[in-house]
Ligand binder design. Sequence first.
Ligand code: ADE
Length: 227
Amino acid sequence: MRLDIITIFPEMFSAVLDQSIIKRAQEKGKVQIFKHNLRDYSLDKHRKVDDRPFGGGPGMLLQVEPIFRAVQAIKRKIRGKSKVVLLSPQGKKFNQIQAKRLSQEKNLILICGHYEGVDERVREHLVDEEISIGDYVLTGGELAAMVLVDCIVRLIPGVLGDKNSLNFESFEGNLLEYPQYSRPAKFRSWKVPPVLLTGAHDKIKAWRQLQALRQTRSKRPDLLKKI
Ligand code: ADE
């Protein structure tokens, strides 16, 4: 997969892209990630990329022209189809199902919006999908883009070592993950549930299924409606 990120703060991404699993995924060639500074696509001599809204009102909007130029330049470099995603609080709410769907794309172009807004023509003419990571307003789409990249890249085949770890994690089948314990079996007076120490795989499986249901019922009853 190839990911292109258009942003006015490319440096912000190092925190996520240059560490841990996402870093290794790039080293293994599972994903190529390119950051593009939107200012590089400005025609203005001061590299300006925002302006006041027509009709008045507070704040500045990201202009359509630099975004258009950035998207065009990236599309020229990509061979084949690409999906253009705008990160904004107005978008469709991101979830694990969308993460899976997007992880199957060959080329994704992420545009980080600005909290004060983006010229509507970006949505009308340049963007295939608009995605929000939740009902709250960030100062820009950068953190949201990092959330998407993190969720999507770990789903690319071969990125995580253990294939099974994906099958049993939270939200698979709309259930939260069952509780897990590691050594020691007893710490202070806090004991691991005895069934997990028996080695009886069927019983453990049944216990885990029940616990996943219980966890979901108590923490996220809304998910049970989807089953
Ligand atoms: N930009 C600002 N807030 C956002 C959000 N909640 N999701 C995606 N992009 C955003």
